[in-house]
Design a protein around this ligand. Structure first.
Ligand SMILES: *Cc1c(COP(=O)(O)O)cnc(C)c1O
Length: 430
């Protein structure tokens, strides 16, 4: 399908799966571990990557690939893969370029789970991350780079602080050091932000959030723009440019060109680490993707109503939402995000600090307390006592999480009902 020319709402419905005569309208679920061949040699060619094809679902499955192709089309990328979680996507994106002894640089304002992965687990594997303030100058961020630095990482819209990343600035810094920029685009989704257009090279997603949208399936995705020239920086990326002995000396950059990154992550990391989503989960993800544009627009419109309401509330100490004209990131959001929309997520604090913020949350009836975000059902979370509770106060502040911060993810309910719920919660903590 000539998907690049179609608009996003059309891609949401049509990209990836293009049924022919008599074929199912919906993406088929290939619920199978393995695939049959007629000769032993056909199978051997698959193992040697001489011929494309499916042989074992731990590496690849057609349902997963159809859905990944839709996400690639939405991002304007050239290839994509699904993973079993957003965490696996971040892990694979880094591990595809780094090995023990390597280093990378990341914005400090990132999702708590990603922070743990980078600061603790990857460190145990000998891969070191330096965290930088994403709002610092190019010179300050550049100072964190070393000869063994392999990539720069950031979140296009941070969870939970909803800071907007200056993608062009980050891309300039990464490229001036000969490394790719990887961004986690979970919150804006490609409906609100297309990072490749601002210079990012690789995009990751927790599809668990808006893409799924209905709290059904944990999942992740990695999308490659195909723009980073591995061969031009060959010394830095031996895994991309030098022979892989586990495939008879094949070199990914030469053999697969623009698809090298995703191919390597599939045939090496998926093969060895096996973080594949179930085809059934990918099917559910695809159902979510069909309505992504319509849902994201409504999430964002509802969020603007709720942010305006909260910003007028006498009980609210502060609020962060890039859609509000006074927000620190308002101008950057207007520039970088489609129609200036960020997401349905905001944060705020209640006057009286941490204790009253928690009391307020406990008083809500319609709005759920869940460890989730970007769902059809509105929800709140107190990161300092939930997702980020293992961080020290210092790390909390570095991650952009004030101790009284309530993360509010606005769902698809009627905003009059959401406001009424907040009103009764405010009344009960008076
Ligand atoms: C949730 C989330 C992740 C991790 O995704 P899981 O599917 O929960 O593993 C990564 N990045 C961001 C921005 C997230 O919101």
């Amino acid at each position: 399908m000539a998907s690049k020319k179609l608009s996003p709402e059309t891609l949401c419905v049509k990209a990836g799966w293009d049924p022919k005569k008599g074929e199912p309208r919906q993406v088929p679920i290939y619920q199978t571990t393995t695939f049959k061949y007629e000769t032993s040699e056909q199978m051997a060619d698959l193992f040697d990557l001489k011929a494309p094809g499916y042989f074992y679902t731990r590496l690849q499955n057609p349902t997963n690939d159809l859905v990944a192709a839709k996400i690639a089309a939405l991002e304007g990328g050239c290839s994509a893969m699904l993973t079993s979680s957003g965490q696996a996507a971040s892990f694979f994106a880094v591990l595809n370029l780094c090995e023990a002894g390597d280093h990378f640089v990341s914005a400090s304002t990132i999702y708590g789970g990603t922070f743990n992965l980078f600061a603790i687990t990857l460190k145990k594997m000998g891969i070191e991350c330096t965290f930088v303030n994403a709002d610092a100058s190019e010179e300050e961020i550049s100072a964190a780079f070393r000869p063994n630095t392999k990539l720069l990482f950031g979140e296009t819209l941070t969870n939970p602080g909803v800071n907007v990343l200056d993608i062009e600035k980050f891309a300039r810094i990464a490229h001036s050091h000969g490394v790719p920029l990887i961004v986690d685009n979970t919150f804006p989704t490609p409906i609100n932000c297309r990072p490749f257009e601002w210079g990012a090279d690789i995009v990751t997603h927790a599809t668990t959030k808006y893409m799924d949208g209905h709290s059904t399936s944990v999942g992740g995705a990695i999308v490659d723009s195909g723009n980073f020239d591995w061969a031009a920086h060959a010394g830095k990326f031996p895994g991309m440019t030098e022979p892989d002995e586990s495939y008879h000396g094949l070199a990914y950059a030469r053999a697969f060109g623009k698809n090298a990154f995703i191919t390597k992550a599939t045939v090496q990391l998926m093969r060895d680490l096996g973080s594949i989503p179930s085809p059934f989960n990918s099917y559910l993800l695809n159902v979510g993707l069909e309505s992504l544009q319509a849902r994201v627009e409504r999430h964002c419109a509802n969020a603007l109503v709720m942010a305006e309401y909260l910003s007028q509330c006498p009980e609210v100490a502060w609020i962060k939402f890039p859609g509000l004209p006074g927000d620190k990131y308002h101008d950057l959001a207007q520039k970088q995000f489609t129609n200036g929309r960020s997401s349905g997520v905001m944060c705020f604090g209640i006057k009286g600090g941490r204790e009253r913020s928690i009391k307020f949350m406990d008083s809500l009836k319609l709005i759920n307390i869940v460890t989730h975000v970007a769902d059809a059902a509105s929800c709140v979370l107190h990161p300092a006592s939930h997702t980020h509770r293992q961080l020290t106060d210092e790390q909390l502040i570095a991650a952009g999480v004030q101790p009284d911060l309530i993360r509010f993810s606005v769902g698809l309910e009627n905003t009059d009902d959401l406001i009424a719920d907040m009103e009764q919660a405010f009344a009960s903590i008076k």
